[in-house]
Design a protein around this ligand. Sequence first.
Ligand code: FAQ
Length: 315
Amino acid sequence: MSVQELEKIFLSKIEQEIKIEPKDWMPDAYRKTLVRQISQHAHSEIVGMLPEGNWISRAPSLKRKAILLAKVQDEAGHGLYLYSAAETLGTTREQTINDLHSGKAKYSSIFNYPTLTWGDIGAIGWLVDGAAILNQVMLCRTSYGPYARAMVRICKEESFHQRQGFDILLALSKGTAEQRAMCQDSINRWWWPSLMMFGPHDSESTHSEQSTQWKIKRMSNDELRQKFVDMIAEQVKVLNMTLPDPHLKWNEQAKHYDFGEINWTEFWNVVKGNGPCNKQRLDARRKAWDEGAWVREAASVYAEKRKARQEKQIA
Ligand code: FAQ
């Protein structure tokens, strides 16, 4: 079959909402953009464990510690599903991880900010997981089968994550003056970086147009960001706190909240590796990889021996 015919079949599957599966023919550029997005997503889950992991040993109670441990473990699981989804496109896990460690691959800008107080753990759950869910609910309908299926499970876990974050902030918001101040300070510091998670404005987005045509993306960066603002602007009222944006205002005509402009210089600075914690995050990941070499080696020797034993039994 000619490339033109194969492309026609591919486009007709996209048109009919039939998922593209690993063994199907797909254009090189479709494969490339999926590998890019899925691996960046996987790296975000793994690097995203670091800011919260920082507070496991300092959680204020046994209950909070157990919940946070479970949440951080979930993020590791999300990273693994996503690395596996990337592997179905023909990339090796080693290559993908090397690209993170060499600084070639990106991960979400949000994880380059420090977690200074316990309130930040609440803000991450509420705002960061909240932003992640909106984006990921859309990705449950993405056109590549393994990515869409990974997202279904991830979304279920993310909604628990958001609830636990909100619950931390709710407890602080009902506490002492000092606790309420901690809650407001965390919201102030995490609000703008959370809005940046959705990426540049649609007019500045390199990949949006093509990814939308291929139904990899189902909603644009700005549409999702608007949905997020509308959701959080209501939820913050329950906390009796405010969002740090003097331009935030309900627009009766448009039926949404208007909000101020993001500091894009800060965003691109963080994306390019110059955020407050970029170096610290990559150093931590490289160290964990080097120190875990013996575990990977032991696991692969065990797997090989088991396989040999099974083959012997069959023979
Ligand atoms: N940070 O043309 P677009 C989580 C880059 S998971 C860094 O609009 P696209 C769970 C972009 O890669 C959070 N870079 O790109 C959790 C591109 O550069 P490239 C992660 C960013 O792909 C919670 C360039 O800018 N979620 O939080 C960012 O069409 C708590 C131009 O941008 C995902 O990855 C950014 N914020 O749209 C874990 C979801 N934004 O690649 C632990 C999947 C943009 O050409 C604790 N990804 N860039 O070098 C997506 O939906 C999309 O990739 C977007 C960007 C929407 C992020």
